[in-house]
Design a binder for this molecule. Structure first.
Ligand code: F6P
Length: 318
């Protein structure tokens, strides 16, 4: 067996732990594992190399991805997908493991349509992929966001200020919601629900009337710009706010133990599925168990925001 592994789209902490698991499980099963550099972009260039047990030593704790990653415009085109499938066949790979978010999984389905055997592993800080409770990197990004909120809380309290914290999450609010709840934010704004600044201001006013002079508003980048939100609140409250945009800081850093465990389990499982002749599946986690779901089915469903958690946050943050 000769298999390939690549990471694609936005990097996520824990991707390295997944690569390590793929390489070492593959070698345990007698396979040669090829690392493909720079995601689909590198695949199109035939940029791949055999990986040894040692090549993945000392990476389990590192953020980012040692294979590098890219958002490949060339691969979006049918001709690019044809060429990528040809590269896989030309290299004699019997299968590939794709670690990435929804765009990467969509690319994988295109490869499978062209006769490639592939298994997907969900790796994105956004946790916006259905048929898995968690994606690799989400837990780390939540903890990074909460750590930032903790720090901002210190200065918000000291200066008696209201802060707006903008998290990553272009289309979905899972990350902002988790950061907001765990960080004790007064309001959380997500793309899935209407942004109601009047409601945010009313809540802040009630707090101010009670003598509460510091507050944290968490906003997902996909819901609104943190600066716009702050400006609107400033206008209605007549006071100055401060804004922190977490941006790519939230995507880096050493993965949490949770993400390392998840990535290790998913990486090994993906190899096992390929070795047993399966294809076009995505590995997910459901409670304590790993599950495998046909990737087209995964992509047909939009993961719903946990509304119970959202309403709990509204009730608890006052
Ligand atoms: O999908 C992961 C993610 O970090 C999103 O949360 C964010 O909107 C996007 O990637 C940023 O992408 P880029 O690194 O290409 O700017």
């Amino acid at each position: 067996m000769k298999i390939g592994v690549l990471t694609s789209g936005g990097d996520a902490p824990g991707m390295n732990a997944a690569i390590r698991a793929v390489v070492r499980r593959g070698i345990s099963l007698g396979a040669t594992v090829y690392g493909i550099r720079r995601g689909y972009e590198g695949l199109l260039d035939g940029d791949m190399f055999p990986m040894s047990v040692d090549s993945v030593g000392d990476i389990i704790h590192r953020g980012g991805t040692i294979l590098h990653t890219a958002r490949s415009a060339r691969f979006m085109l049918p001709e690019g997908q044809d060429l990528a499938a040809a590269r896989i066949r030309g290299a004699g790979l019997s299968g590939v493991i794709i670690i990435g978010g929804d765009g990467s999984l969509r690319g994988m389905v295109e490869l499978c349509k062209r006769g490639v055997k592939a298994i997907g592993i969900p790796g994105t800080i956004d946790n916006d992929i259905a048929y898995t409770d968690y994606t690799i990197g989400f837990d780390t990004a939540v903890n990074t966001g909460v750590e930032a909120v903790n720090r901002l809380r210190d200065t918000a309290t000291s200066h008696e200020r209201i802060f707006v914290v903008e998290t990553m999450g272009r289309h979905e609010g899972h990350l902002a919601l988790a950061v907001g709840v765990a960080g004790g934010a007064e309001s959380i704004l997500v793309p899935e629900l209407p942004v109601n600044i009047d409601e945010v201001c009313e809540k802040l006013k009630r707090g101010l009337d009670r003598g509460k002079v510091h507050s944290i508003i968490v906003v997902a980048e996909g819901a609104a710009s943190g600066f716009d939100v702050a400006k609107q609140i400033e206008e209605c409250l007549g006071m100055e706010l401060r804004v922190t945009v977490l941006g790519h800081v939230q995507r880096g850093g050493t993965p949490t133990a949770f993400d390392r465990l998840l990535a290790s389990r998913m990486g090994a499982k993906a190899v096992d599925l390929l070795a047993s002749g399966q294809s076009n599946l995505m590995v997910g986690v459901s409670g304590p168990r790993l599950v495998a779901t046909p990737t087209p089915e995964v992509l047909a469903v939009k993961k719903a925001l946990d509304l119970d958690l959202y309403y709990l946050a509204q009730d608890l943050a006052r």
